[in-house]
Design a protein around this ligand. Sequence first.
Ligand SMILES: Cc1ncc(COP(=O)(O)O)c(C=O)c1O
Length: 457
Amino acid sequence: MADRRRLYTPPQLVPLTYVSVTKHVVRDIGTDHGYSADLNADALLAKFGSPLFVVSEHTLRERFRSFLDAFSDAGIDTRVAYSYKTNYLTAICAILHQEGAWAEVVSGVEMALAEHLHVPGGHILFNGPLKRRGELERAFALGATVNIDNFDELALVEQVVSGLDRPTKVGLRINFREGANPWTKFGFNYEDGAADEALRRIAEHPLLDLDLVHNHCGTFMLRHAIYGRSTDVLIDLARRARALGLTPTKIDIGGGFPSSNRLKPEYDFPGGTNWHDDMYLPYAEAVLSRLAKAKDAFGGQPMLILEPGRAVVDAAVQLLSTVVSVKQIAGRGRAVVIDAGVNLLPTAYWYDHAVVPAAADQRHDPATDVVDVYGPLCMQIDVVREHVRLPAAKVGQSVVIANVGAYCHSQSMQFIQCRPATVLIGADGPELIQRAEVWRDFFARDVVPERLLAHER
Ligand SMILES: Cc1ncc(COP(=O)(O)O)c(C=O)c1O
């Protein structure tokens, strides 16, 4: 008879995370926090149309460099693998690769882009819970690191590498329990023995070697202590791997670092996140201090890999938009409708994006209204920002929705309105890096059977 007993899981006390604390939060009335630059918006909008995404090359490079710098330390080889899905505008990825970024990809599509941009295979990390056989074959042919996510994928990897004539290095994604909402959908669990079993399987396979241990613990993680725990778990796993004869050299602690945006109060620390230039130092300290004492677990010279998305790209992109109407809404007060909506800004559901007049000299106009800012979609949920001070709000005014680099381009929806162009502001002035959508783009993939086109006139 099959043994139906389950492993005993001890009860746990879990600390409440900031997400659950909302009761005493005072509603924030936003001002121009997080945005102070002057973009010469009217000239840009006249040339490229409204709305318009604007990427600052300088800010992008500067954010990448300061992030890398925060995590750099003597004796540790630190690499930043940019998380493509955060914003895979080709020009953005190209700039970051010029800065030395590796590519963190989670699909065949993203891997194809990395290949198109000539990223060396050894600088590509392939993550995610769906990797098709053909994609795995391509990844191994390129020399990319595949971070195996689950036992079914491990079985597929075992099959694929059996057809190769050389040993193949892989990574293993690990999850662990921490707090009320742990990211345990991905990877092998540390506590229940799954990670150990995966290590054993890799150790027993004649053509597999383990080069990397990986964890990505969440997104916009405001508690840096979790990165300390992540590092401890991965160091322990690396040691267990070495005990089985494996030789990991890389530790990958993923992304999830906050950006200079502001979460809505219901998701934020009470009182609000206080982003500042040295924001990442405590995160780095949590990781580097542990790694410095555990170099042996990675063969003496660990390579530390980080996979930031929003921390690098959020502040580098602004959305310019134009006020199309100003109205009084029964029971709510003043409101403005602008020509950019949540189909471009899915982040408006969890961030309080700063919305400010594009012209810097209008920002301190005493005629300041507190308004709700709606988008142009024919949907009640199209709310870009509630309760924001918008000085001198009037039709035709151009506004900036600040810090929209992360998950806006890549998660934007083709819905009702065409998506706008994107320009890059670099040393040579504005350059178009993505054209605006036109109505035909909406229907470019449709196929209409001939018989449906015949109709009575
Ligand atoms: C595996 C992995 N790495 C990196 C990232 C980037 O996360 P963030 O933009 O929060 O830094 C993600 C996003 O969820 C991810 O799933």
